[in-house]
Design a protein around this ligand. Structure first.
Ligand code: LMR
Length: 394
């Protein structure tokens, strides 16, 4: 049987991670996979996470199953973190999922079951695994223009023109904040214009929010998602705790289905639980319990938010420093967009050949589409990267 299996294409981000590990050079710079690193190059366990884990270890009395939707305290806490009071709680169906990717996968499956004809519009570019999962599920995808390589910002006119191709029942996948891979984000008036277009045609937004707290702050980063949820009849939201709680390997996510028609709530909630049961049964609990413990305790929550804010400001400082170094070396402002971008990532906007040269000649590892993980830098490596970018002729 196994001889019939075909080799699968390597994941671009994960294979880069392996190539970096195998490179023996000192001074190599890892700007690949999206994990936060502190100035010492370590992905730390956040203080509040350690404290919550200790509390759970001391107080937890059973590891028996939770429910198919996960621990209700986790769902409530995450809904409040992402949506605040944008929509009444009884309009939100939600299930815990294995990471944000699990939430994305379950959302796509729910769309497929609800409307097999639905096409999913995705930004060009988007996170490669969005495309990979959609292809795996055989869901038709339609790219919409998003990134303007000239300015390093959003090609909003192109995006709106491409969304003119929407039909009723289609879904538009949007990044709630900190767009991955570009770092370029819509302004609030642009979000509003997108919502008006979707409502006019009868299309549904799906928001992937994996970096809340990494851009402009916890509330600012959720503002667009809250506005959308409050302004459309229905939407799907896939949230991740991997980055903002630093619990990547615990696989902690939440899928929310927001619907104004309360009479559908029970069926929607039941469908989400059913999908969990079919795919993996109960969702992982440890990370979810850590998150619920932190968000439910005033002191832990304040400490977590403070540490997250330090991480955010560190990434912003690195952006400013990199843009400044490049301004000096290039004698121009053409890299100024790096300071405007938000979140972990920025798309440098160069060719795969130059990305390859950066890796070969300078030991700089970024994804082939020139996505850089800004958190992979520190104050010492920024000038080295800036010099390499200029030397590679970017
Ligand atoms: C990334 O984009 O680097 C992260 O979301 C990690 C991943 O799973 O690809």
């Amino acid at each position: 049987m196994f001889e019939a299996l075909k080799p699968q294409p390597a994941d671009k981000i994960l294979s880069l991670m392996e190539a970096y590990r195998a490179d023996p050079r000192d001074g190599k710079i890892d700007l690949g996979v999206g994990v936060y690193k502190n100035p010492q190059g370590v992905t730390p366990i956040m203080r509040a996470v350690k404290a919550a884990e200790q509390r759970i270890w001391e107080q937890q009395e059973t590891k028996a199953y939770t429910g198919l939707a996960g621990d209700p305290a986790y769902g409530d806490a995450m809904i409040a973190l992402v949506l605040a009071d944008a929509v009444p709680r009884d309009q939100v169906a939600a299930v815990a999922t294995p990471g944000g990717t699990g939430a994305v996968r379950q959302a796509f499956e729910m769309i497929q079951r609800a409307n097999p004809q639905a096409r999913i519009f995705v930004s060009d570019p988007t996170w490669p695994n969005h495309l990979s999962i959609l292809k795996y599920l055989k869901i038709e995808t339609v790219p919409y223009r998003y990134f303007d390589a000239e300015t390093g910002g959003v090609d909003f006119n192109g995006m709106m023109a491409d969304l003119d191709g929407l039909r009723a029942g289609d879904v538009v996948l949007l990044h709630g904040c900190c767009h991955n891979p570009t770092g370029a984000n819509l302004t609030m008036p642009e979000w509003q214009a997108v919502v008006e277009k979707l409502n006019a045609v009868g299309a549904t937004p799906m928001i992937d929010i994996a970096y809340q707290g990494f851009g402009d702050g916890l509330d600012a980063d959720a503002a667009a998602t809250r506005m959308v949820a409050a302004s459309v009849p229905e939407c799907l939201i896939a949230a991740s705790c991997s980055k903002n709680f630093g619990i990547y390997r615990e696989r902690t996510g939440l899928l929310m289905a927001v619907g104004q028609d309360r009479s559908r709530h029970g069926v929607t909630q039941g469908m989400l639980a059913f999908l969990n049961r079919q795919n993996f049964s109960f969702p992982p609990d440890h990370g979810a319990r850590v998150v619920a413990t932190i968000l439910g305790d005033e002191a832990l929550r304040a400490d977590w938010a403070a540490e997250l804010e330090e991480m955010r400001l560190n990434m912003l400082r690195l952006r400013e420093q990199l843009a400044g170094e490049l301004r000096t070396l290039s004698g121009s402002d053409r890299f100024g967009f790096l300071a405007q971008h938000r979140g972990m990532f920025s798309r440098l906007g160069t060719t795969p050949e130059k990305v390859e040269a950066l890796r070969r000649d300078h030991g700089v590892y970024m994804v082939g589409d020139s996505r850089m993980n800004i958190a992979g830098l520190n104050a010492d490596s920024v000038p080295i990267l800036a010099r390499a970018i200029i030397d590679a002729g970017v």
